[in-house]
Design a binder for this molecule. Structure first.
Ligand code: T4K
Length: 385
């Protein structure tokens, strides 16, 4: 029998080839490759409409988007309270921009920064909060906004995972002083590489637009900027992917449902129900959110995390999955307060504990049902060993 290909944590959605090639032809016709060409203009307009936001600048990736946000809010040398439970880019961007990350642990029953821990971490040097909507699940934005208002802090949201998540009638990207997104190939909406910065303030938007292209317009030089521009080639991919976004989300929802069914017998360990293996998985987390915020809440199905009772069981499941050539990811380990180059970070026990138990299972729009079933069966067997 032919050996099945390896299964990774995700694989990108590729739009119908002819739709992408039509866009490439436009590039050939216009002979315009970068520096805000017509395709990028069209994509930015499409994204603003889709998200319902007024100010959005597309940039080269999610990391430069974060750097621009931190830089333009003038956070160099200042304390920024952030989560230890995220991809390293959230924190490395703060360090790269000379801000001082201060970690606030995650919520006891979720993946995101805990507002109560934010309050405890505030000092006279605190200038901002950098929240991350981990796996596209919304932070407690109301509580964070209240804290920020009371202490006159800026709020940045790293919404790298959250394109398409809606919360209380708005795109989740429409929160805080600035929100950023990643359009990396591994994201639900992507342009190969790419990202965007969304903000509410027109003047800040104008400055971010300038900053992403060297800080000048023609002969007028305003301030030192960088090159964080996207290109026509990336815009071509984004434009070809965007119309298919709703169907991609729907297909991913179905994959998640199949995981839910396949793992149901294992769920509910610590609540005393089920066979007692997994404590939390993606759908449980979003169900918990729905209960806390009834009404308008739509998930983008960007990741499928599962949390094992302990590291040993998690690692055993990973080993068994590797034997069948399935390679999920330990998103997010390590807990970032334990990064080797960050000395003296306070412990974050909840985040450290979560990092040692979590795995994101393979998730993409066209993951085959029989592979999902095989993954669920392998995890179940590993958990019962
Ligand atoms: N903030 C947060 C919270 C983030 O999660 C991220 C990025 C950022 C900020 C920064 O955004 P960007 O600067 O990246 O726009 C991946 C992504 O590269 C990264 O974008 C993402 N978060 C992070 C969570 O995951 P890796 O190192 O795990 O990716 P990689 O290359 O191992 O890809 C994962 C799997 O996907 C591979 O095993 C195979 C498959 N794959 C990947 C690519 C690139 C494909 O099948 N085709 C492909 O083209 O970081």
């Amino acid at each position: 029998m032919k050996k099945r290909q390896s299964v990774h944590v995700t694989r990108p959605y590729l739009p119908p080839k002819e739709e992408f090639l039509k866009r490439i032809e436009q590039i050939y016709d216009a002979r315009y490759l970068t520096n805000q060409g017509p395709l990028l203009d069209e994509l930015e307009g499409g994204l603003r409409d889709f998200l319902g936001v007024r100010h959005l600048q597309m940039v080269s990736n999610g990391t430069t988007a974060l750097q621009l946000a931190i830089h333009m809010l003038d956070l160099r040398g200042k304390e920024v309270i952030t989560t230890p439970y995220t991809y390293v880019a959230s924190v490395s961007s703060l360090l790269w921009e000379g801000a001082r990350p201060v970690f606030a642990d995650i919520e006891p029953d979720g993946f995101n920064i805990d507002p109560a821990e934010i309050e405890k971490a505030i000092t006279p040097d605190t200038a901002a909060i950098l929240g991350v909507h981990v796996y596209g699940l919304p932070c407690r934005v109301e509580a964070i906004e209240e804290i920020a208002r009371a202490h006159k802090l800026k709020v940045i949201y790293d919404a790298a995972h959250a394109f398409g998540t809606r919360y209380q009638g708005r795109a989740l990207l429409d929160q805080g002083d600035v929100s950023i997104c990643s359009f990396h190939a591994t994201k639900v909406f992507h342009s190969g590489e790419g990202g965007c910065v969304v903000c509410r303030d027109a003047e800040l938007d104008r400055r971010i637009e300038l900053a992403r292209r060297f800080g000048h317009h023609g002969d007028k030089y305003f301030f030192p900027g960088i090159n964080a521009k996207s290109t026509e080639l990336h815009a071509a991919m984004g434009l070809a992917v965007l119309p298919h976004f709703p169907e991609v989300v729907e297909l991913r929802r179905k994959v998640c449902e199949r995981y839910d069914a396949g793992l149901a017998a294992l769920a509910g360990a610590e609540s005393g129900s089920g066979a007692g293996i997994l404590r939390l998985h993606a759908s449980e987390a979003s169900a918990a959110l729905s209960a806390r915020t009834p009404g308008d809440w739509q998930y983008n199905y960007s990741y499928y995390p599962v949390v094992f009772p302990d590291r040993a069981m998690r690692d055993r499941a990973l080993a068994r999955l590797a034997e069948i050539r399935v390679f999920p990811r330990r998103y997010f380990e390590p807990s970032l307060n334990q990064l080797p180059y960050l000395a003296n970070s306070a412990p974050c026990p909840r985040s450290e504990n979560m990092s040692g138990r979590v795995v994101c299972l393979p998730l993409c729009h066209d993951l085959e049902p029989e592979i999902i079933d095989e993954i669920c069966a392998t995890i179940s067997a590993a958990c019962r060993e």
